[in-house]
Design a protein around this ligand. Structure first.
Ligand code: B12
Ligand code: SF4
Ligand code: SF4
Length: 375
């Protein structure tokens, strides 16, 4: 039988449990209709804006309505965990890590946040022993940002990111379909728990970007085709994180020195500057997301020659794992070419003739040409 809980009781329990688990925001919504944003989602797929991310198209109906995958579920719990207090940050100047997205410099958030959410759910069973919940971080077929908006965790900016007025957008999201019946849900869009209170803007007003277009203007690859509409096939995150996501050869220079991921559309966002300024006085983001020492030893030459074993040693349980060793070699070659690293020409030439992967060899040949071009 499904347990029933009042929003007030759930809020009280979440406020007790979340801080100890390093969760900054939590909310809940009854699962009584399709996902908010389902229409936007379908249009986005129909317009082929998912690029090479085929796994998205395969879960078209499940993402549009979580009840397809979870017919038993009565509500969704949504959680957010900060990984940064804003941009830029003191470690931004750190050598090679400058090209690595902030989200990827520490431990893998899938592991860290999922463990935290599982612990909260376990403790919630002290109140509701019948509670069933299937938490997911990123990999589940859910429109996490849209649900987070519905639960009052923030708003979606023109850069498509979930932004909290006080905490900014440097946070990861998790969702958990549950069998908990929210007995007195009023539909008011506010979180049940938040580590830092928001300002005074009306919560119903979801467009808080106003006339600002900084993120749209700053994107190095012109990946936004409109406000809140991203062409994933043009995003540097796809090009550099997904081994399948490839920059068109004549546009590789747009990758600049981005080795893994991209933060530009968040870095320029005034809400993140504000988050940084307000950081003092709040608990700092998790240690797990502090830059890993192991990363500091990696340089471009090392990455160009990265083999499967080195990759496993250095990047297991970090977000860079997703790129595969081939993807990191490819990215390092593009960055070497774009930053004029003629000192690496020997390594780049060797990759052009000896890299075991034909695609990496092709990128290396392109990089050799670029580096040999007269200045
Ligand atoms: C595929 C994917 C990508 C793709 C496509 C991104 C995109 N914008 O669609 C790529 C590889 C490019 C990518 C990049 C990044 N990603 Co990503 N990604 C995802 C993933 C797996 C699915 C997103 C998706 O469904 N996209 C399709 C579009 C149509 O959906 P959407 O952007 O979520 O848009 C919804 C809302 O915007 C909403 N909406 C739009 N306007 C409005 C208005 C209102 C009023 C409402 C209610 C809703 C609403 O409707 C849309 C459809 O539901 C999610 C995890 C998940 N399961 O949700 C992580 C996720 C979105 N990614 C995340 C992160 C951290 C990143 C990067 C910052 C990583 C990096 N530094 O390189 C970048 C950010 C780039 C960007 N500007 O989005 C976080 C975002 C956290 C946050 N604060 O927003 C997520 C939630 C992962 C997680 N669990 O934490 N990502
Ligand atoms: S992550 Fe970078 S490339 Fe992707 S949309 Fe944002 S600014 Fe553009
Ligand atoms: S940079 Fe401006 S337009 Fe883009 S998300 Fe931030 S406030 Fe909105």
């Amino acid at each position: 039988m499904s347990p029933a809980g009042s929003a007030a009781e759930l809020a009280r329990r979440l406020a007790e449990l979340c801080p100890a688990r390093g969760i900054d925001l939590a909310g809940a919504v009854p699962l009584d209709g399709p996902a908010p944003g389902a229409e936007h989602w379908r249009r986005w797929l129909d317009d082929d804006l998912h690029g090479d991310l085929e796994y998205l198209a395969r879960t078209r109906d499940e993402r549009a309505d979580p009840r397809v995958r979870n017919p038993w579920a009565k509500s969704l719990l949504i959680f957010a965990q900060r990984y940064t207090d804003g941009w830029p940050a003191p470690d931004e100047a750190q050598d090679w890590m400058r090209g690595v997205s902030r989200y990827a410099r520490g431990s893998d958030y899938h592991d860290v946040l999922l463990a935290a959410v599982k612990a909260v759910l376990r403790d919630l069973r002290e109140t509701w022993p019948e509670l069933e919940a299937h938490p997911a971080v990123d990999t589940g077929p859910y429109l996490e940002r849209a649900w987070a908006v519905r639960a009052g965790l923030g708003f979606v900016g023109k850069n498509t990111c979930l932004i909290h007025e006080t905490l900014g957008s440097g946070m990861f999201l998790a969702v958990a379909p549950t069998n908990l019946v929210l007995s007195d849900w009023t539909g008011a869009p506010h979180p049940l728990f938040e580590v830092a209170a928001r300002g005074s803007l009306p919560r119903e007003d979801t467009d808080r970007c106003g006339s600002c277009t900084r993120c749209l203007d700053a994107c190095p690859t012109d990946a936004f085709i409109d406000a809140r509409v991203l062409d994933a096939g043009r995003c540097l995150s796809t090009w550099t994180i997904e081994w399948q996501g490839r920059a068109p050869a004549d546009e590789r220079d747009r990758q600049g020195d981005h080795l893994f991921g991209c933060d530009v559309c968040q870095q320029v966002c005034p809400w993140n500057g504000k988050a940084l300024r307000g950081a003092a006085g709040r608990p700092t983001p998790r240690d797990a997301y502090a830059p890993l020492q192991a990363h500091a030893e990696i340089d471009l030459a090392g990455l160009i020659g990265l083999d499967a074993e080195g990759f496993r040693e250095r990047f297991r349980r970090t977000p860079l794992w997703r790129a595969h060793p081939e993807g990191l070699r490819r990215n390092a070659l593009v960055v070497a070419a774009n930053t004029g690293r003629v000192d690496l020409l020997d390594e780049v030439r060797r990759a052009a003739s000896e890299d075991p992967d034909p695609e990496v060899r092709a990128v290396a040949a392109w990089a050799v040409n670029r580096l040999e071009e007269p200045a």
